[in-house]
Write a protein of this length. Structure first.
Length: 265
């Protein structure tokens, strides 16, 4: 009996915890998170593994060199093709997209953000025959290739995510009026509001938000209570949040105080 207890205790001691994970285990975990969320944050990973941010940055640098991740400010994004990421939580994205379409009226001008959820929204909106869409996402734009509705693509430098940035479009943005803007997000939280990983893409969003009558956030449940390094604005920038789960009590209270309508689909 004593030997059995001793053996069991040894097994328990030998079982690695997340904070004791090896380099290989950390990198595999990071890749899995990238596959699920499309992005990771250095601080979150450092906290999860109880290691320094420098250690996580070295992990991300290695994954970038291997072509498995793309380093960005504060973390990394997946190098998986958008088509591969689109199948992750595809049902949730479809429900969000259909709900957003229900918020769009005939004849409106709609801005569409970058990301797989917004591409799903674009596909739904492209089935309408009388809207005018604007986007800096080639994935979103391609949904309108056979549509009776119009799509204008904002130009610029092509990124690995098939978005267009740094296009010198300030004057054009001043001439844009959007009835509604559909945003995706990296995270939405009480403290930081709406946040992202990519600075250049967020600068485009800022220009479009400034010229929009209504801002609709299309975000699945994994984005709730998440913080990313690049902040767009506080929660008050949003008019509607379309998501797939009830926000935490703290986030729901903050959304209510910011007069954000929450639609759970």
């Amino acid at each position: 009996m004593e030997d059995f207890v001793s053996s069991a205790n040894d097994t328990e001691r030998d079982t690695p915890t997340l904070s004791q994970a090896s380099q290989a285990v950390r990198r595999e975990f990071i890749l899995n998170r990238l596959h699920e969320d499309g992005q990771v944050d250095v601080g979150e990973m450092a906290d999860a593994f109880a290691v320094s941010t420098m250690t996580i940055r070295r992990d991300l640098a290695h994954l970038d060199e291997e072509g498995l991740a793309r380093r960005v400010h504060g973390g990394a994004t997946a190098r998986l093709p958008a088509a591969s990421r689109a199948v992750t939580m595809a049902d949730e994205k479809l429900r969000i997209a259909k709900a957003v379409r229900g918020l769009v009226s005939s004849g409106e001008t709609i801005g569409i953000d970058v990301g797989t959820t917004c591409t799903a929204v674009a596909k739904q909106l492209a089935a309408m025959d009388d809207i005018y869409a604007i986007s800096n996402s080639l994935h979103a734009a391609m949904q309108f290739q056979q549509s009776a509705s119009s799509m204008i693509v904002l130009g610029g430098r092509l990124t690995p995510e098939a978005s267009l940035v740094h296009g010198g479009l300030l004057e054009l943005r001043r001439g844009i009026h959007l009835d509604k803007l559909v945003l995706g997000c990296g995270g939405i939280s009480v403290d930081d509001g709406v946040s992202y990983f990519d600075l250049a893409e967020t600068e485009v969003r800022m220009g479009l938000v400034a010229n929009s009558d209504m801002v609709i956030m299309a975000a699945d449940h994994t984005k709730l209570d998440r913080r990313r390094p690049i902040v767009l604005d506080g929660l008050e920038v949003l008019d509607v949040l379309v998501t797939t789960a009830e926000p935490s009590p703290a986030l729901r209270d903050a959304l209510d105080r910011a007069s954000v309508e929450v639609l759970i689909v």
